[in-house]
Design a protein around this ligand. Structure first.
Ligand code: FEO
Ligand code: CA
Ligand code: CA
Ligand code: CA
Length: 658
């Protein structure tokens, strides 16, 4: 199958240890996609007998769009499909709150995509919003109608942001069009944003001129804390202390802590470096394990720190979880090295029954691992200051999923087991800088791209979203990753014993294998109550609402792959309807859905629409500034698509999906 070069988001999906891969090998996903198209034709032209030849008996037994009175998700499903706009279930409003280029700081200039500058971008909302979190304003009359919104800006897409440029990261182009000015805009569009938001007369708005408003970008000074801080391998020419770094990169998902801070996770940091180091360099093995240098951006042309030949340690200072206090706009963000170095997806956590703080995090790449951090100290939610450095001390462990339905948490502790000088580890700093290699040696289970890992505090079950892995071969399947060529992903449920999230051993089972349940070879396991709009592929981010219900956001659905855009689905986890999924919201063409997050009263659902306007998977032409797949949300000629945060509320008020 011939395809054009992948969009950047598609390349992220397919990135692996050898860096960005611009080829698209034929997978069962492609075969199923082709079959999907043909099936539509059959439906129209040949009728039920022909469909029966291509779909499973289970699918035929399932009634379409069945309303079930016992469902915990009460809404009329949105129709699955792809078009230029977003769509929410009937009776709800989905309003854009803030878009790329909108003002964040008081003196921000108006957005002008034809004349963008780094100075403007540093004051405006960044690109490709991913994680978002809502923190109620202390003392607010209604804590669910006034708070801070924290947002990650994961990456930039030069072909959609800048006029007349097109893709620059292709070998044939070699960043020829990227000037220092453009690189500086890209750097300023990364990082994160803090905004103050208020709901008045039912409408959410950004509070202009808020004292909390903040932009964080690829240059913002940050501290490095925890066991790897100050280590030789963290020192550079610009920072001989190994304790101070400029910026954070590729911040994907994250989490909020009960002491009011924002955890934001560096994911595909390898893509920001270029250049070569010698094969016998002391960092060569580590860089290779993380895919450094990935050559996704040309920043190394203008800033030596992004050139590994000139500054081989700089890459060691990325791939961490960053803790930020959004209520103190002057505070210095802290890279918490005790949480390990990897391509972190998120950092959702909870206070364990014994008071220790537990964070779950996935390393989002094919065949990578699921991790857990347990703090040494107990969290004191009533005293924020007491928790200030609680994430600098604790035990990081990695998961081994056993075929008997148990999970072992294997501690990554220097001096224990194979993590010794015999294997090149001379301190806990080495173990953390090389988290992946340490986990390899412990025998962790190689997973199908772990994205969000989210605990449900009402049931203590922990959901692991495995988005896909088209490279798993039949001889590589295991109990926890049971499908070869796993094009559509699955969700694992982990169950801690007696709700103890710090226990050495959990139980696990699969909640659902994703994909179209009507195509038998896919092997999807949604319940038969799931409608034809209700199934999804490629689970990525999760949210648990105040009712303890699980919501799943997806990344990678498309007209070609699944006949549907990405979006949000409510998934039953308990009782006879377990595994039933219902479609609540879908994003415009080219986009993925990130950051679902509910206000404490469940009356507002904030979502992040990321990379709208990219080309559909398998599209003949690459999308560009001039020719995007949608101009959502402005729909104005000459205005490119703009990643945006959307507030979803119930018309007339009330909780979502009750
Ligand atoms: Fe940035 Fe794992 O998605
Ligand atoms: Ca993600
Ligand atoms: Ca989440
Ligand atoms: Ca993803």
């Amino acid at each position: 199958m011939t395809t054009v070069a992948l969009t950047r988001a598609q390349a992220y999906e397919t990135s692996d240890d050898v860096g960005r891969n611009d080829s698209a090998n034929t997978t069962i996903g492609d075969i199923i996609a082709a079959r999907f198209d043909r099936r539509d034709v059959l439906r129209g032209a040949l009728g039920a007998a022909a469909i029966a030849a291509t779909v499973s008996p289970l699918a035929l037994a399932a009634a379409p769009a069945r309303a079930n009175d016992s469902s915990r998700f009460r809404f009329t499903e949105v129709e699955a499909g792809v078009d230029a706009d977003h769509h929410v279930a009937d009776g709800y409003d989905a309003d854009v709150l803030i878009r790329w280029g909108d003002p964040v700081l008081a003196d921000a200039p108006a957005f002008d995509p034809m004349r963008q500058t780094a100075a403007a971008q540093k004051l405006q909302f960044g690109y490709n919003n991913d994680y978002l979190g809502y923190l109620p304003m202390p003392g607010a009359a209604n804590p669910s109608q006034h708070g801070l919104l924290v947002v990650n800006h994961e990456y930039t897409s030069e072909e959609l942001m800048f006029p007349g440029l097109g893709r620059q990261d292709l070998k044939s182009v070699a960043f020829a069009g990227i000037t220092k000015d453009l690189a500086d805009i890209e750097m300023a569009a990364h990082g994160g944003t803090v905004i103050e938001v208020k709901r008045e007369n039912g409408q959410w708005r950004v509070v202009a001129g808020s004292k909390y408003a903040r932009r964080i970008d690829a240059d913002t000074p940050m501290d490095i804390t925890g066991p790897a801080a100050g280590h030789d391998r963290m020192r550079t020419g610009a920072d001989p202390t190994g304790r101070r770094v400029s910026g954070m990169l590729n911040n994907c998902a994250g989490g909020l802590t009960p002491w009011g801070t924002w955890l934001t996770c560096e994911e595909n940091f390898h893509g920001y470096f270029w250049g070569k180091i010698a094969d016998d360099h002391t960092e060569a093995r580590t860089h290779k394990r993380y895919g450094v240098a990935g050559n996704w951006y040309a920043w190394g042309k203008y800033y030596e720190r992004f050139d590994v030949a000139k500054e081989p340690h700089e890459a060691n200072r990325f791939g961490w979880i960053v803790e930020i206090d959004p209520f103190d706009p002057g505070s210095t963000p802290k890279k918490r090295t005790a949480l390990g170095r990897m391509k972190h997806e998120g950092a959702e956590g909870l206070v364990n029954r014994d008071g220790r703080y537990v964070i779950y995090t996935g390393d989002d790449e094919r065949f990578e691992y699921v991790y857990r951090f347990v703090s040494t100290a107990r969290a004191d939610p009533s005293n924020a200051a007491a928790n200030r450095n609680i994430l600098d001390n604790g035990i990081l462990s990695v998961a081994r999923f056993n075929a008997d339905g148990s999970v072992n948490w294997l501690p990554l502790v220097y001096g224990q087991g194979p993590l010794t000088a015999a294997n090149g580890f001379h301190s806990q700093a080495d173990v953390l800088i090389e988290t992946r290699r340490a986990a390899d040696l412990l025998g962790a289970t190689r997973m199908d791209r772990p994205e969000d890992v989210e605990a449900n505090p009402q049931t203590d079950k922990v959901y692991v979203l495995l988005t896909n892995n088209s490279r798993r071969k039949p001889e590589q399947v295991d109990a926890a990753n049971p499908r070869a060529d796993n094009a559509f992903g699955h969700i694992i449920e982990m169950i801690p014993p007696a709700g103890d999230h710090a226990a050495d051993r959990f139980a696990w089972e699969i909640l659902v294998k994703c994909g179209d349940p009507s195509i038998a070879p896919v092997g999807a396991t949604f319940s038969s109550e799931t409608s034809r709009d209700g199934w999804f592929g490629m689970p990525d981010n999760a949210a648990v609402d105040g009712q303890g219900r699980l919501w799943i956001a997806t990344d990678g659905n498309s007209g070609k792959r699944t006949g549907r855009a990405d979006g949000l689905w409510g998934v039953e986890t308990e009782g006879p309807l377990r595994g039933t999924s219902r479609h609540f919201y879908r994003v415009p063409a080219g986009a993925e859905l990130c950051g679902p997050h509910f206000t404490p009263d469940d009356e507002t659902l904030f979502v992040a629409v990321q990379h709208p306007g990219e080309a559909d998977n398998g599209a003949k032409e690459a999308a560009t500034f001039e020719n995007p797949s949608t101009r959502w949300p402005d729909f104005k000629p000459g205005i490119p698509p703009r990643p945006a945060i959307v507030a979803i509320t119930r018309r007339g008020g009330g909780r979502i999906a009750i």
